[in-house]
Design a protein around this ligand. Structure first.
Ligand SMILES: [Zn+2]
Length: 587
């Protein structure tokens, strides 16, 4: 939240949410609001609204809402400070220089910047080697043989590291200290202390971080040199478990299509991207690491895993599955059919069968449980022991299905497919489920027109009517008139703000509320309405008072009827008379 007086607060004061949102989606003026197609859920008729005065947005379809910062955070999948920076930039507000850091921090930052610059230079060096040396031309021929034409080589920045062993070193050492060269991972040091190029006689694939800066290289041997694949080591700018190959270019497509395709290696990712599937990333290693999943999770929670069909690939896919399910991903698994007698990785499959066949296979990729059942069926199911092994293979995954009904359906299917006695299976399943930490999560239900008209009017007046907000808050508070209302929590937050002397900010109130109440609150703010008057406020208060009396009356009446022998009957009857009198007084 933007603290009063902070830079974020200044930006919020100066930024115009209509302009900022308008840079992402087309907005149309409609009454006092602006409306457009919601960027957060697919829709054909606009249910997304921006309020220029209150500087908030709200989608009546999916319920997302907030201020200019939450909009940018959601669009760019970034954190609050980054959103503030983006909004400031869009609005031409000068960003204050960060506070003077500690000398170590400053040095680290300079070092990181130098390493990134070094990688940029290495990249253009490798590309030049590919273009202009005899060795590089041989590498190019090899790639073309594998279906990568000049366009693809350029598009993915593929280059070549020569066999000499010090070509890159000679280039870089004019500019960088030895220590930094070694730290970059581009240059290695042998036992005698001599420096040499880490990558020799290899095709180079630049690996960029999420924002498109090259931080490492993945390199494939040209001949039969071992290892076949050699990647950059961990460095101050590169951590294998934090980076997904092609993420910088895939994230837009992932957000738009709300799913990602995960493959194992960069050759696969390139083949899939060239087939027109831009939302593909590669884990560049065997299985996914948790930070990689978190990175992905900022853009989508739906994924199709398409690993190599070999044993290592299967094992990696299955390990990744566990992690993905734990992070609430909806997972499908694509196991490509063999091409001829060869097991097909995505690259081979696309080369042999074409892009269309691949896209069709993607569309038909089964949910992970189907894939797992198919895998279990490949096990030896003729013996009891074999069945137990198959069951134990499946259980950890099945128990991660959060939905109980689905889980039960799967149990039936597994028992049929593996020919396991269903009661036995269910017993095993429920035992496993009890041991797991899984909890059933319910989605917040869509909020309909629940609050009554009077409540809605009062809520708007509390936000808008500066001249009598305080008075209105006091009256509501004093008579406890809002207690028991569906909107009780909204009132409580508004009254608290109304009794303070702070200016009323809709998003700050929204931040105090639970999601369901926040939605209701924003919906009310977007309703077209006349300006409120004190007379209207008074009549609304009166109606609430009446409701309060009626409710107490009903309670008293119930006690009288259900418990006619009550000792306190006399008091109850007196109370009833009094309430009736007050009701007539309220009118
Ligand atoms: Zn929406």
């Amino acid at each position: 939240m933007a603290e009063a007086g902070s830079f974020a607060d200044q930006v919020k004061q100066q930024a115009d949410i209509v302009r900022v949102v308008g840079e992402y989606i087309r907005l149309k003026k409609s009454g006092q609001n602006f409306t457009g197609l919601c960027p957060f859920h697919g829709e054909k008729t606009p249910s997304f609204a921006v309020h220029p005065v209150k500087q908030i947005f709200h989608c009546f379809g999916c319920g997302k809402g907030g201020d200019v910062f939450s909009f940018v955070m959601e669009m760019e999948k970034c954190q609050f400070p980054e959103a503030v920076r983006i909004v400031a930039e869009k609005c031409g507000i000068a960003i204050p220089r960060p506070k003077e850091r500690s000398p170590e921090e400053r040095k680290e930052n300079q070092q990181r910047a130098a390493l990134i610059e070094m990688h940029r230079e290495a990249q253009s060096f490798f590309v030049k080697q590919m273009e202009s040396t005899a060795e590089g031309k041989a590498a190019r021929a090899y790639l073309e043989d594998r279906g990568l034409n000049a366009e693809a080589i350029e598009r993915f920045g593929i280059g070549y590291a020569a066999s000499g062993g010090d070509a890159l070193l000679r280039q870089l050492k004019q500019k960088y200290e030895e220590k930094l060269l070694v730290e970059s991972g581009l240059i290695s040091r042998d036992q005698s202390g001599r420096l040499f190029d880490r990558f020799r006689r290899r095709i180079t694939f630049p690996i960029a971080n999420e924002s498109g800066k090259i931080v490492a290289f993945g390199c494939r041997a040209l001949g039969d040199d071992q290892p076949k694949y050699l990647n950059s080591p961990e460095s101050p700018i590169y951590s294998k478990s934090n980076v997904l190959y092609h993420m910088d270019r895939a994230k837009e497509g992932i957000r738009r299509q709300d799913f990602a395709v995960l493959v194992e290696g960069y050759m696969d990712a390139i083949a899939v991207a060239r087939a027109g599937v831009s939302n593909v990333v590669a884990s560049c290693g065997t299985s996914l690491a948790e930070p990689q999943i978190k990175l992905l999770g900022r853009f989508t929670k739906r994924i199709i895993v398409n690993y190599d069909p070999d044993t290592a690939g299967q094992a990696a896919a299955e390990r990744s599955l566990t992690l993905l399910l734990e992070q609430d991903f909806e997972v499908r698994v694509l196991a490509l059919p063999p091409v001829g007698d060869k097991k097909a990785d995505p690259d081979l499959f696309i080369r042999e069968k074409g892009a269309e066949a691949y896209i069709k296979a993607l569309k038909e990729a089964p949910p992970y449980v189907d894939y797992l059942i198919a895998r279990a069926r490949q096990m030896d199911l003729t013996t009891g022991e074999g069945k137990l092994r198959a069951l134990n293979f499946l259980l950890p995954y099945v128990q991660r299905i959060p939905n109980r009904i689905l889980r039960s359906e799967w149990a039936t299917r597994i028992s049929q497919q593996l020919r396991i006695d269903e009661p036995v299976l269910r017993a095993a399943l429920s035992k496993a489920a009890n041991e797991s930490r899984s909890e059933v999560k319910t989605k917040p239900e869509l909020v309909g027109k629940v609050a009554k008209q009077i409540e809605r009017r009062l809520i708007r007046m509390l936000v808008e009517a500066e001249e009598f907000r305080r008075e209105l808050s006091q009256r509501l508070q004093h008579g406890r008139l809002y207690e028991g209302l569906e909107t009780e929590k909204v009132f409580a937050a508004l009254i608290m703000a109304g009794l303070s002397d702070q200016p009323m900010q809709a998003t700050e109130i929204g931040a105090l509320l639970e999601e369901r109440d926040r939605r209701l609150f924003f919906e009310i703010l977007f309703e077209p309405a006349q300006e409120g008057s004190w007379e209207e406020a008074e009549s609304c208060l009166e109606a609430l008072r009446r409701r309060q009396i009626e409710q107490e009356l009903a309670n008293v009446q119930r006690t009288i009827e259900t418990n006619p022998a009550a000792q306190a009957m006399r008091e109850l009857l007196t109370r009833k008379q009094e309430l009736l009198r007050r009701l007539t007084a309220v009118g």
